[in-house]
Design a binder for this molecule. Structure first.
Ligand SMILES: Nc1ncnc2c1ncn2[C@@H]1O[C@H](COP(=O)(O)OP(=O)(O)OP(=O)(O)O)[C@@H](O)[C@H]1O
Ligand SMILES: [Mg+2]
Length: 461
């Protein structure tokens, strides 16, 4: 997918210089010579990011920024500023600019900034899509966006209803794909904080130092590259909720800092002295057994108890097969309408196969399988042929038997091998299904000498 960037500057040379450099980086560029022209372009075409000069005729950059922030809040704006106007640029940051760069523009730094801003935009977009989906599902089902009719899920709903209006920290546990994020969304939406943002942080996706600056922000000059002050996610979540996804992955020093936010409701930005107070509710999620992490000394016990004031555990899909037909029907309807396919339902054989499969990837896997079945199917009812082989063939070589007394390492090897088989050697899917990181999976494949077997089967990422 190509991103389209709007460059608004009244100086032709600067405009075309920036355009050329961005085009070399593979972006599509639209130019505007003043603020009004920029707005016109925005209405006309879909823009992913804006570079705007502060001083422009007709509509200066700061005014343009305000209009963009209110009309297109998801589109990041980077302000270009001359020597004399750095103060104004800082003000623009306060008004919602993503960042600013001073002229003459350092193209390398601009390139990095653009890349980062766009990836943030992608996240925002994905988030929006999810929100739209939830509200669509919600409308069809009177606000119950998390589907489930099993007794276990009813317990989850009860708990959710009880805890949502409070400020209690919630720890959501469950295997990958069980709906932890969905539950986090629902808690926030049903809480009095729902007018303020729900800020999500994917703790495993960021390196240690990046995670700290993401969470707490940093002061200008806190480290090389910290050219501006930046507010962290805890500040952005003020009066709202912060969702710390994959909390089990954070290191000791970040654990201490988060503990302090929980205890004192305050923190300092990285490289900063002044203490910032926030009113934030914390929801955390993990697919690890945090208690075990505590016992193993990898996770602080005091933090564990603070996060785990209320625990919502979402059981794996295989433990609540009653939910499968309901979920399958919902996803089928959703994808049929999205792809404009006239698919009415499932053949009984296909429905049976879905019910007896073990769903290592849980609801996410079910959703994906239904989506591809809907797209590929030629008939108005999905049959077993529309489902992947490993779903329909039961009792195949992927079923493993581990007798009591088998050493842990041997059991682990069997499990990993079976999963690799099942996913055709695809390591991403395997690590996801097993709920372990890709690095860990790689290490274990080496450790157990499974590489040779992998080479024989199909090779995938
Ligand atoms: N009970 C449910 N009803 C409807 N959709 C569900 C349900 N549970 C999960 N889903 C859907 O399954 C997918 C995975 O859910 P989600 O991202 O919340 O899982 P997760 O537990 O956060 O997974 P991971 O640990 O991998 O991050 C999403 O598309 C979500 O909408
Ligand atoms: Mg998740």
């Amino acid at each position: 997918m190509t991103f389209r960037i709007l460059v608004a500057d009244d100086e032709k040379n600067i405009r075309s210089g920036l355009a050329k450099s961005l085009e070399m980086d593979g972006y599509e560029v639209v130019q505007a010579e003043d603020g009004q022209e920029a707005l016109r372009q925005m209405h006309k075409t879909e823009i992913d990011l804006i570079l705007a000069d502060l001083r422009m005729p007709k509509l200066p950059g700061d005014k343009l920024l305000k209009k963009v922030v209110s009309a297109y809040p998801a589109i990041p704006v980077i302000i270009l500023t001359g020597h004399g106007t750095v103060d104004n640029a800082v003000e623009a940051m306060r008004d919602g600019a993503y960042d600013f760069v001073t002229k003459p523009v350092n193209l390398e730094r601009l390139g990095l900034l653009v890349k980062r801003a766009l990836s943030r935009r992608e996240l925002a977009r994905k988030h929006q899509e999810l929100e739209a989906e939830i509200s669509r599902l919600g409308k069809q089902k009177l606000g119950a966006e998390i589907l489930g009719k099993s007794t276990i899920m009813h317990h989850v709903f009860e708990l959710l209803k009880q805890v949502a209006p409070t400020k209690a920290s919630v720890l959501i546990t469950g295997e990958s794909g069980t709906g932890k994020e969905l539950v986090a969304n629902a808690i926030h939406d049903q809480s009095p904080r729902n007018k303020a943002p729900l800020v999500k942080v994917h703790c495993a996706a960021l390196s240690e130092s990046l995670l700290e600056t993401e969470l707490f922000g940093h002061e200008k000059g806190a480290f090389t590259g910290a050219v501006n002050q930046r507010r962290g996610r805890f500040e952005l979540a003020d009066r709202g909720t912060i969702f710390l996804d994959e909390i089990g992955e954070i290191n000791q020093s970040t654990q201490i800092k988060i503990l302090r936010v929980l205890q004192e409701k305050s923190f300092e930005r990285v490289g900063g002295e002044s203490t910032i107070s926030v009113d934030v509710r914390i929801i955390a999620a993990t697919n690890r057994n945090l208690k075990e992490e505590v016992v193993a000394g990898r996770f602080r016990e005091d933090l564990y108890y603070r996060l785990n004031v209320v625990n919502i555990h979402i059981p794996p899909l295989r433990e609540r097969p009653e939910d499968i037909p309901l979920l399958a029907a919902r996803f089928l309807k959703e994808f049929a309408s999205e792809n404009k396919r006239e698919i009415l339902g499932l053949e009984p054989k296909a429905a049976m196969a879905l019910r007896s499969y073990s769903w290592p990837g849980n609801v996410r896997e079910l959703r994906n399988i239904i989506e591809s079945a809907v797209v590929m199917s030629k008939y108005s009812y999905l049959g077993p042929d529309d489902l992947p082989n490993y779903v329909t063939s039961r009792g195949n070589e992927n079923d493993i038997r581990i007798k009591p007394g088998t050493p842990m390492t041997e059991s682990e090897k069997l499990i990993i091998r079976a999963n690799l088989n099942m996913f055709g050697g695809n390591k991403s899917r395997t690590s996801e299904a097993l709920g372990i990181g890709r690095k860990t999976l790689h290490r274990k494949i080496k450790e157990y000498g499974l590489e040779a077997e992998l080479d024989e089967s199909s090779v995938s990422p």
